[in-house]
Design a protein around this ligand. Structure first.
Ligand code: NAD
Length: 499
């Protein structure tokens, strides 16, 4: 099927992207082959920048999921991956990283067509995914065990063993990086893998599966089951999965955890957020304005760590917000592939309508709404960046994760009040402190209930930096050395030396 694309968009695509899109392998990838899905459910791949259906695919059924898990199980049990020398696993993962890097231009374009994000942001996503892959490739040969003090008669060791079959269920906002946070450590430590990408963003996961085969990763080690919630639910209910790494909304995370209880499968949950950015009057305000803007307008606010609550000293509130609105007006909304675009559309018409309704509700409840930037013409799912002042703490717009370009502003009169507002959320994913007072920075950072505190910066991710949430934002940490806990079991071996 030839991909359906707006002519002006087709003109911007690389030959490799066009060739791949004309025959995208959008089917279950099981034991090294693409198999026709055994269901009737067709799902459209829609370009959020135009609203056009690019292509479509059939969702994986519960039978397809069972086959994928069985393939991963067999690949784990016969040791074709876990029992390779670690250097060989490292080499293959580095080869995969090289292939991904070589095709980064195409993969970034596919990510734009799927998510709508500006090409420059998509390119950073691919670079990040590649860096994470290289980082964990190195771990394959560097995860050491220990000799454990035990009575002298015994030699006791602690070794890190792979868990078995790891499943990943991922969202649509950062398809490839979030997949890689899971796939790279899982494979480095010798596990096998089944991925269930978001139904709205399957292209880059399919592309990666193809590259895994080219990189010489044995059949059955990486399997992919594209599909929607029913496919994800089947994966959480299928016996034979040893661990589920989930990233998505808090509500779905709860469903995943309930299902995992039935099979006693380990889970890690990276969930939603409503992250506060605290701006004190002693901050470098110029840098803080840019940091707050990047924290909320990046990926049109569809970011788990979106700094969606600006908590600002009342004395500087008006001046700060006026300058932020002014600078935001200089951003350009448009299709992610258009060179001038700095802000893209939302993922779907449903998400656009949800965000718009939440803003309308805030206005009806008495908040003051400032919209910025012109909406582009056409049928893309655009929402203008919006700043909401005058909302009460706990009001829907201040409380709910909106997942769109909406910034709610709350003023404070003293440090205690600022911390109280920041922590007065069900979520605890990320936060930021903007201040040049070192004592204040330490005091406030220590009191914030969040998995990450950024100080005088925002949204810094790196392969070495553990990331995850507290409270309704989930549990478990991805990235850095924290992944060792997630993707290995600690085995204690006790040898009696007396005989
Ligand atoms: P979502 O919860 O709707 O879907 C996430 C994934 O779960 C998708 O692949 C979906 O198909 C699947 N799914 C849906 N129902 C399921 C079920 N019953 N059982 C198993 N799987 C099921 O989330 P979304 O809308 O795709 O993504 C946005 C959400 O993800 C936001 O809440 C955002 O904060 C969160 N998120 C969190 C992080 C993080 O690291 N903490 C990162 C990115 C996104």
């Amino acid at each position: 099927m030839t991909a359906q694309l707006a002519p002006e968009i087709r003109d911007l695509l690389l030959p490799g992207t066009l060739a791949w899109l004309d025959k995208p392998p959008l089917a279950p990838f099981i034991d090294g082959t693409w198999r026709p899905a055994r269901s009737e459910d067709r799902i459209d791949v829609v370009d959020p920048g135009t609203g056009l259906t690019v292509t479509s695919y059939t969702a994986s059924s519960a039978d397809d999921v069972a086959d994928a898990v069985a393939a991963a199980r067999a690949a784990f049990d016969d040791g074709r991956w876990s029992e390779l020398d670690a250097e060989v696993r490292e080499e293959k993962l580095r080869h995969l990283a090289d292939l991904l890097e070589a095709d980064a231009g195409t993969v970034a374009q596919l990510e734009v067509l799927d998510t709508g994000k500006p090409l420059a942001e998509a390119r950073l996503d691919i670079d990040e995914a590649t860096a994470v892959l290289r980082y964990y490739a190195g771990w394959a040969t560097k995860a050491e065990g220990s000799v454990i003090p035990a009575p002298r008669r015994f030699l006791a060791t602690g070794t890190r063993e792979p868990i078995g079959v790891c499943a990943a269920i991922t969202p649509w906002n950062y398809p490839l990086p979030i997949l890689m946070y899971k796939l790279a450590p899982a494979l480095a430590f010798g596990n096998t893998f089944v991925a269930k990408p978001s139904e709205q963003t399957v292209l880059s996961t399919a592309y990666l599966a193809q590259l895994c085969a080219t990189a010489g990763i044995p059949d059955g080690v990486v399997n992919v089951v594209p599909g929607a919630g029913a496919t994800g639910a089947a994966l959480t209910a299928t016996p034979g999965v040893d661990k589920i790494a989930f990233t998505g909304s808090t509500r779905t995370g709860q469903a995943v955890m309930r299902a995992a209880a039935g099979t006693l499968t380990k889970v890690s949950l990276e969930l939603g957020g409503k992250s506060p950015q605290l701006v004190f009057a002693d901050a470098d305000l110029d840098a803080a304005i840019d940091g707050v803007m990047d924290g909320i307008w990046t990926n049109a606010g569809q970011v788990c760590v979106a700094g969606s609550r600006l908590i600002v000293d009342r004395r500087i509130q008006d001046e700060f917000v006026a300058e932020l609105v002014d600078r935001t007006r200089r951003r350009t909304l448009g299709h992610g592939l258009a060179p001038a675009t700095t802000l893209g559309p939302l993922i779907s018409a449903a998400q656009r309508d949800r965000v718009t309704a939440l803003v309308e509700q805030a206005a009806a409840e008495g908040a003051h709404i400032r919209t910025t930037c012109e909406l582009p013409e056409g049928d893309g799912y655009f929402v203008a960046p919006t700043v909401v002042t005058g909302a009460r703490p706990g009001q829907t717009v201040e409380r709910e994760e909106i997942f769109g370009p909406v910034l709610t502003v709350l003023p404070f009169d003293d440090e205690n009040e600022a911390v109280g507002l920041a922590n007065g959320s069900a979520y605890g994913l990320a936060s930021a402190v903007w201040s040049t007072n070192a004592s204040r920075v330490h005091r406030v950072s220590r009191r914030l209930r969040a998995g990450t505190v950024w100080v005088n910066t925002y949204g810094v991710f790196h392969p070495t930096l553990p990331f995850g949430g507290v409270k309704a934002s989930g549990f478990g940490r991805e990235l850095g050395s924290a992944a060792v806990e997630h993707y290995t079991e600690l085995k204690t071996t006790v040898i009696d030396l007396s005989s």
